[in-house]
Design a protein around this ligand. Structure first.
Ligand code: SF4
Length: 446
């Protein structure tokens, strides 16, 4: 069944806004006690009082239950705006609610839709973060998700003059992202391990560990130790998000701990060479390539995914990057690697929509030409083609990164103000790294 047919015949026949992620999927940041259904809606707080009585409340929050009710009634939860924007483009575009729902069985979708919204639901796919320890400080990340970003702000002070950074991503240390110091008891982590030991290790199809960089967290290794000491007790697949900025020995330790467990690895990148090292500060592109190939060649992974965060700076080399991924696919098979293109909305001044029309048109044409060349590539998955096509359509039709974003001139000024400070703090050089953007960048008056 095509993605479009799935939307029409499976989702829309339940309601015009039904998405199974609201029931079966969650990301939970245990360091801050926050959760969301998928990466698009903004996170909200989990009640500490609730999890003390019932660890399942880590996922079944009052807010999610209300949103489930909205979806049962065909109303659109505002937090899911990312999907509504893609669907409102028309042209038969499908949003992530299709991809996030079609991974579950049809009977599970029926059950979710028919379960009273007040009831707790057992998760099927869960992403957890134990803490924000990370050795990278990517430009589109912030101190809430990276301890290296915290060090930038602590050492150099806040980024100044950003008018559109309403959420103050770059002005403070985000202490609320790490409520408990190392050595202190974190009740959210306690609740997670309690839930895991009781029934989560049996009911969950997939557990994905994210960070920070999860391979730098002691709690990740504690959980991996559980798998090692309880071989065969859980059928849960494991997935790890890793920036691959570690020695291969660490990845080998991961593979050894997961012996007998199905393992997927997710990594991030969206551009090549100096572009990648500029955007993903801390990355050594040679190490990333080396680890990709070494991991694939162990043949221990079920699949290797590359998550591309589509921002204004990656579009110049995105087609070249996608060609690199296809070269690996040709050599190693369709799932080595897979890729997704996730269009960045926050911080909005780093959105691809901040680029002037002529650059957007140029990059859209480059992507179209890439798609024309490779659309019949035997290892390109349908969802990968759809992601490229929807990015082309996004660059063509969408005007603002999100509904309450600032006007373009303000976003462009912030773009320049941010990267000027980023260059200074990180020893980088925007103009040298992105010559194709230099004229436009130089013309922005701040
Ligand atoms: S943003 Fe989209 S995919 Fe995520 S929960 Fe909402 S409808 Fe589902």
């Amino acid at each position: 069944m095509t993605d479009s047919d799935f939307k029409k015949t499976v989702l829309d026949t339940k309601s015009a806004s039904f998405c199974a992620a609201k029931w079966y999927n969650a990301t939970i940041w245990l360091g801050s006690g926050m959760t969301t259904s998928c990466h698009h809606p903004l996170p909200h707080k989990v009640s500490q009082q609730d999890i003390e009585q019932n660890p399942k409340a880590l996922h079944n929050t009052t807010q999610k239950k209300q949103e489930r009710q909205q979806m049962q009634l065909g109303q659109r939860p505002t937090g899911c705006e990312y999907c509504w924007k893609i669907e409102d483009i028309g042209r038969d575009n499908v949003s992530d609610r299709v991809y996030k729902s079609k991974i579950y069985k049809l009977e599970d979708l029926d059950r979710a839709f028919n379960t009273p919204f007040t009831e707790d639901i057992n998760l099927k796919t869960l992403e957890i973060s134990f803490d924000r320890t990370c050795q990278f400080a990517c430009s589109y990340c912030n101190p809430a998700f990276s301890s290296t970003w915290v060090r930038d702000i602590s050492k150099n002070g806040p980024y100044v003059g950003l008018e559109s950074d309403g959420r103050n991503h770059f002005t403070h240390n985000h202490d609320s992202a790490q409520l408990y110091k190392f050595g202190e008891t974190n009740p959210y982590i306690t609740a997670f391990f309690k839930w895991w030991e009781s029934d989560l290790h049996q009911s969950l199809d997939e557990l994905r560990i994210t960070g920070g960089e999860p391979l730098m967290s002691g709690f990740t290794w504690q959980l991996l130790e559980w798998f090692k000491s309880n071989r065969g007790k859980s059928k849960t697949r494991l997935a790890i998000n890793s920036n691959l900025g570690v020695d291969f020995d660490v990845l080998q330790r991961l593979l050894d701990a997961c012996e007998g467990v199905e393992l997927d690895l997710y990594t991030s990148n969206e551009s090549v060479d100096t572009h990648a090292e500029y955007i993903r500060d801390g990355l050594n592109i040679f190490q990333w390539h080396y680890n990709m190939v070494q991991l694939i060649e162990t043949r221990r992974l079920r699949s290797l995914h590359v998550m591309c965060t589509i921002n204004a700076l990656c579009l110049d080399s995105l087609p070249e990057f996608l060609t690199q991924l296809l070269t690996w696919k040709s050599q190693y098979g369709e799932n080595f690697p897979n890729f997704t293109l996730n269009i960045l909305r926050f911080p909005s001044f780093q959105s691809p929509l901040v680029l002037p029309q002529e650059l957007r048109d140029k990059y859209r044409a480059n992507l179209q030409s890439w798609l024309n060349t490779f659309e019949n590539h035997v290892f390109l998955h349908p969802h990968e083609k759809n992601h490229v096509q929807r990015l082309i359509d996004y660059l063509d039709t969408v005007k603002t990164p999100h509904s309450d974003s600032f006007d373009l001139p303000i976003l462009q000024k912030d773009f320049k103000r941010f990267y000027q400070q980023y260059d200074q703090r990180r020893g980088k050089d925007f103009i040298k790294t992105f010559p194709a953007l230099a004229d436009w960048y130089g013309s922005i008056q701040i």
